[in-house]
Design a protein around this ligand. Structure first.
Ligand SMILES: C[S@@+](CC[C@H](N)C(=O)[O-])C[C@H]1O[C@@H](n2cnc3c(N)ncnc32)[C@H](O)[C@@H]1O
Length: 324
């Protein structure tokens, strides 16, 4: 069976060094999409000036505002092994300082009526940090209303022998002002039958009353397939890729066609791909030029082939002779 062309970029510094010469953006630079107006920056989400540069209007000296922010910062948790322990990990106070900086910058890019979604985790081996600290931090921004705490269930987890298998990812949803919200549905058929109520003067079943044959996702999402090498959307080298269907669900529910969507931690570029497929315009960045490049290439690959990722193909064919 065909496997991925190389391993996780975070644990292979030599691979990163080999890829860097093929990255079109240097730190501080922005790629502007000539077709649909998306932007990808090699920028730092914690720097207000970087966010301003990304959101600057093309023709005037003013800035644009997004109607939806979907941000997936590093969780301050080790992902899949000790090798990556040092990457982005800091003490809880340091993580809160970083979070305050990027959330403030992200808010400066948001419209007066806008939705803000943030992916986060809780380290069960370290007092569940940084989830509680982050939730308290968000109360420092009174213009934000907490709306929902969504849990996405992964199919594969860790720690199954001596603990409950860890399969959850948290998604916090906040609103500024009065953003739109569109009801969306899963593909899971309704199984609850015989729930009667009076409607229009007669007794009706819940099946008759409903608008759809399938259930709504609610705030526990159990129907989304995790990304791995058997999925077309897989991006080799990425270590924290979110499923496209999760991001598309958020975009469908919380924005309208033509809206601006921001994501300041692009990584494999999932939000950009979802925005492209759903007719929104995306402003995204990653501090690492390698992930900024992967994000741009993924969009180009989608446009050239219709594919949402590379599965087990190599996104950097320039490196075909590279051996890990
Ligand atoms: C959890 S991943 C995002 C995953 C993404 N949602 C996806 O589906 O591929 C976090 C990303 O944030 C980037 N990052 C870390 N610190 C950053 C910063 N200060 N500014 C911008 N990006 C940063 C990392 O390089 C990494 O690619």
């Amino acid at each position: 069976m065909q496997r991925e062309p190389f391993g996780r970029l975070d644990s292979l510094p030599a691979l990163r060094t080999n890829i860097l010469p093929f990255c079109r953006l240097k730190a501080g630079e922005i790629w502007r999409d000539p077709l649909k107006g998306h932007r990808v920056g090699a920028l730092d989400a914690g720097k207000a000036e970087d966010v301003r540069a990304l959101m600057k209007s093309a023709d005037k000296d003013s800035q644009e505002y997004s109607q939806l922010g979907i941000h997936d910062p590093p969780y301050n948790i080790t992902v899949g092994g000790k090798k990556t322990r040092a990457l982005f990990q800091t003490d809880t106070a340091g993580y809160t300082t970083f979070s305050r900086a990027w959330v403030s910058a992200a808010l400066s890019a948001l419209d007066t009526n806008a939705a803000l979604y943030i992916w986060l985790g809780a380290d069960q081996n370290a007092g569940f940090q940084p989830l509680p600290e982050f939730m308290f931090l968000m109360r420092e921004f009174p213009e934000l209303q907490s709306r929902s705490l969504i849990t996405l269930r992964n199919q594969r987890g860790y720690g199954t022998q001596k603990n409950w298998m860890a399969v959850r990812q948290e998604l916090l949803y906040y609103a500024r002002g009065n953003p739109p919200f569109q009801v969306v549905y899963t593909d899971i058929p309704k199984t609850l039958k015989g729930y009667y109520k009076e409607a229009g003067g007669r007794k009706t079943t819940n099946q008759e009353r409903g608008n759809a044959d399938t259930i709504r996702p609610g705030n526990v999402w159990v129907d989304i397939q995790q990304v791995f090498y058997r999925r077309q959307e897989n991006v080799p080298g990425a270590y924290a890729q979110k499923p496209l269907s999760a991001i598309e669900r958020v975009i469908r529910a919380s924005s309208k066609p033509g809206d601006l969507v921001t994501d300041f931690f692009a990584h494999s570029g999932t939000t950009l791909i979802a925005a492209e497929r759903l007719g929104r315009v995306c402003r995204t960045m990653d501090i690492d030029p390698v992930f900024a490049e992967l994000t741009i290439r993924r969009l180009e690959h989608l446009r050239a082939t219709g594919k949402t990722g590379w599965q087990t193909e190599n996104p950097f064919p320039e490196l075909k002779n590279y051996k890990v």
